[in-house]
Design a protein around this ligand. Structure first.
Ligand SMILES: Nc1ncnc2c1ncn2[C@@H]1O[C@H](COP(=O)(O)OP(=O)(O)OP(=O)(O)O)[C@@H](O)[C@H]1O
Ligand SMILES: CC(=O)N[C@H]1[C@@H]2OC[C@@H](O2)[C@@H](O)[C@@H]1O[C@H](C)C(=O)O
Length: 378
């Protein structure tokens, strides 16, 4: 059975997730998985690029594209070593890269991911699939979210409508109707962990609120919560997708102006914002679903899960681990799966999610060394 590697650098900017997987019918077999964290310096540079601060923007874009390509190739080698795999035993790598900018609406929509796939294919010798989002945008779609097709393949159960929530930096939902007549839908609900991470970093210098321990000590400020929830994104009908260009610390600061709220109360309110926007979207879009399956880093935050459960009292709350795939590796496995779909010339987007005109094969294919004849070069 073919083995695939998935690489994901998400909006949390914590590093590159690398997984080696196989896809026996209806499930995922995880052979190896690791996160390669970005060091503080690289993280600061990436954040500067995303926020477009500092001089020499295009130089830095090109250079960071190269550096992330190199790091991705190293991540592949390490995960192959961990799984005991030689390069010629891997059918393909699916590399999402890092989203630098995502503007799917307007007259000239675009999305930009970095982490040069040419370099990944060259250094590893393994066929690499990348640039997954732009074909969907070219077909009139949002180019995101893309995990719903994988969620549908993995979590669909006939006769029982379910919702899958991926809570990373941003959060997105996949609504699985449980019958073949009704289309799968899904969209980004808004911020996942990005504001929680940003606020604790600014206030305490810690990368994230481990286990939601800090947010659990605060009190939700209802007026602030209502102000945050008043953002038009939450009312916008799907298809829709978002990112750090919209939900970021500046967005929060503008809504905090002039207030002297206790920092832990702000953190509690941000956790409630993620829970409320997600739960309201579930209630609006999937009234008949009996179960919510959570994946992504947010699945490890008990305070956040408690807040979501309190807002969805009639739903069973589970995590993807309960179905055989640890929450932290779902996105990596999804891009390995999307690489497989591309290699087999099968579509990867779900038009009823992204709004694209139709199904499209996603990603560019960068051939591995078995497809080339090297003469030794200079
Ligand atoms: N034990 C934990 N307690 C609280 N939060 C956690 C824990 N573990 C992970 N997280 C949160 O999960 C985040 C990482 O999630 P994940 O890796 O799914 O995001 P991502 O892939 O970068 O984002 P996206 O899906 O938006 O691209 C961390 O930044 C942190 O906020
Ligand atoms: C443009 C982009 O990188 N979007 C990410 C981000 O992180 C979560 C959410 O926003 C989702 O839209 C998407 O990632 C997942 C993997 C997706 O495409 O399904």
């Amino acid at each position: 059975m073919d083995t695939f590697i998935g690489l994901m650098s998400g909006t949390s900017l914590d590093g590159i997730d690398a997984v080696a997987v196989r896809f026996p019918p209806g499930r995922v077999e995880l052979l190896a998985a690791r996160t390669f964290p970005f060091d503080t310096h690289l993280r600061t540079e990436l954040l500067g690029l995303i926020q477009s601060t500092g001089a020499g923007l295009l130089d830095r874009l090109g250079e960071l594209d190269h550096r992330l390509g190199l790091l991705s190739a190293e991540a592949v080698s390490a995960v192959c070593e961990q799984a005991g795999l030689a390069a010629d035993q891997v059918a393909a790598i699916g590399s999402h890269g890092l989203t630098v900018l995502h503007r799917p609406d307007g007259p000239h929509p675009f999305t930009l991911q970095i982490g040069d796939p040419n370099l990944i294919a060259e250094r590893t010798g393994i066929t690499t699939v990348a640039d997954f989002r732009r074909r969907d945008i070219a077909a009139g779609g949002q180019g995101a979210p893309l995990v719903p097709a994988f969620h549908a393949a993995l979590f669909t159960r006939a006769g029982s409508p379910r919702v899958v929530a991926n809570i990373g930096g941003m959060a997105n939902l996949t609504l699985l109707p449980g019958n073949e007549e009704t289309p799968v839908t899904g969209f980004d609900t808004g911020p996942g962990n990005v504001l929680l991470d940003g606020w604790i970093q600014q206030q305490q210098g810690r990368p994230y609120d481990r286990d939601g321990a800090w947010s659990a000590t605060g009190r939700v400020d209802e007026a602030l919560l209502a102000g945050l929830l008043d953002d038009p994104y939450f009312r916008q009908p799907p298809p829709k997708s978002t990112g750090r260009e919209h939900f970021n610390l500046n967005w929060l600061q503008q809504r905090l102006l002039g207030s002297d709220r206790a920092p832990e109360d702000v953190q509690a309110t941000l956790a409630e914002l993620t829970a409320a926007s997600l739960a309201e979207a579930v209630l609006r879009a999937a009234q008949d679903a009996a179960e919510l399956i959570v994946c992504g880093g947010g699945a490890y935050n008990p305070d956040l899960l408690r807040r979501i459960a309190a807002r969805l009292p009639d739903m069973k709350l589970s995590v993807s681990d309960d179905y055989g795939l640890a929450a932290e590796w779902v996105e990596g496995a999804a891009f390995a799966w999307l690489a497989r779909e591309a290699l087999y010339a099968r579509p990867g987007n779900v038009p009823s999610v992204t709004g694209a005109r139709g199904e499209r094969i996603l990603g560019g294919i960068y051939p591995g060394s078995d497809k080339l004849q090297d003469t030794g070069g200079r």
